[in-house]
Design a protein around this ligand. Structure first.
Ligand code: K1U
Ligand code: ZN
Length: 173
């Protein structure tokens, strides 16, 4: 397993639509292992493959609370099969937009279809943090960031702040 670099805005790769995965094989499982290790190290609760520079339709997640055993989840070629009319607002963050947090409104519940770590086909319903996180991560697969749900002013400010922090970090190094 290896830690991978998480790309940040304004890297143009984050705007790319990720490609479907043809086969869940050992190569893909190695990528998912690396993604999970990278996500735990960040730390984060979810990560899409494009965030480590690989535009494939793959997501890892772990929503275990502090003190609970790890609960890694893997989503290959995920699809949303239905969305609730009820909406929910929750604060979101993103490892590709570090240190920026804001509220986003999304459907409160969604139906999911995806393949897991073994390639098995799964269908399940999601609510609460799982619904928020999977919609955030599936946006990444379409080249959409949570700041794209905010006003242009907030989005531009967020990108400028991340760019400045990266520049300051380079100077200090
Ligand atoms: O960049 C990402 O896509 C990961 C992102 C996922 C997410 C968070 C909140 C709402 C929706 C999606 C993160 O993990 S940001 C970091 C974070 O939320 C966190 C970090 C440490 C402990 C607990 C949470
Ligand atoms: Zn994100």
């Amino acid at each position: 397993m290896a830690l991978r670099e998480i790309i940040t805005v304004p890297n143009p790769l984050l705007k790319k639509v990720s490609e479907r995965v043809e086969r869940v094989d050992d190569g893909l499982r190695a990528l998912m292992d690396d993604m999970l290790e990278t996500m735990y190290a960040a730390p984060g609760i979810g990560l899409a493959a494009v965030q480590v520079g690989v535009p494939k339709r793959v997501i890892v997640m772990d929503l275990a609370r502090e003190g609970e055993p790890p609960q890694p989840q893997y989503f290959v070629n995920p699809e949303i099969t239905w969305r609730s009319e009820e909406m929910a607002v929750r604060e979101e963050g993103c490892l590709s937009v570090p240190d920026i947090y804001d509220e986003v409104e999304r459907p409160a519940r969604v139906g999911l279809r995806y393949q897991d770590y073994t390639g098995a086909h799964i269908e399940e319903d999601a609510e609460g943090l799982l619904a928020v996180c999977i919609q955030h991560e599936m946006d990444h697969l379409e080249g959409v960031l949570f700041i794209d749900h905010l006003s242009r002013l907030k989005r531009d400010r967020a990108v400028a702040k991340v760019k400045k922090a990266a520049k300051d970090g380079e100077k200090a190094a």
